[in-house]
Design a protein around this ligand. Structure first.
Ligand SMILES: [Zn+2]
Ligand SMILES: [Zn+2]
Length: 154
């Protein structure tokens, strides 16, 4: 009886671990390092192979080629696509869905000290908890939910 209960416990634990791993894999895939297609806003973007002179010139500028699997659009990106880089975003994960926070919540550093003095707005990224200042205008760019749900269901 005790053995049976132990077995059940073990199975429950295993199931919980599997569920956790699966969920975090999905979350990592879609939320950490989120890349949004500048043409259709799909999050189904994948790194494209470098080819040609422009790709290697781009590499020198820290740009990487990406391809959207929803609309087949090829584009260049840093943490976010070049055409979105002018808007405030999280430098770590590329999230645009940011929350305004008081300036004193951002940890002190050389850059943040200067930016605070310049009167930049302070933001917090809810996905990776990074707090930072940004001089760029805010625009809430979200991945299109149709593409996102399709990816989750498949
Ligand atoms: Zn696209
Ligand atoms: Zn982030």
């Amino acid at each position: 009886m005790v053995e049976l209960r132990l077995h059940t416990l073990q199975y429950t634990a295993n199931f919980a671990i599997l569920l956790f791993v699966g969920l975090s894999a999905i979350l990592c895939r879609f939320w950490i390092g989120l890349m949004i297609c500048p043409q259709c806003r799909s999050a189904e973007c994948f790194r494209s192979r470098r080819s040609g002179v422009f790709d290697f010139l781009g590499t020198a500028a820290g740009l990487r080629p990406w391809r959207c699997h929803t609309c087949d659009f090829r584009f260049y990106a840093w943490t976010v696509a070049v055409s979105f880089a002018g808007y405030a975003h999280c430098m770590r994960c590329g999230n645009f869905d940011l929350r305004r926070v008081p300036a004193d919540r951002v940890p002190l550093g050389v850059q943040s000290f200067v930016k605070r003095r310049l009167g930049c707005r302070a933001y917090r990224c809810d996905l990776c908890r990074l707090k930072f200042f940004s001089i760029r205008p805010y625009r809430r760019i979200l991945p299109s939910m149709v593409a996102f749900q399709k990816a989750v269901n498949s």
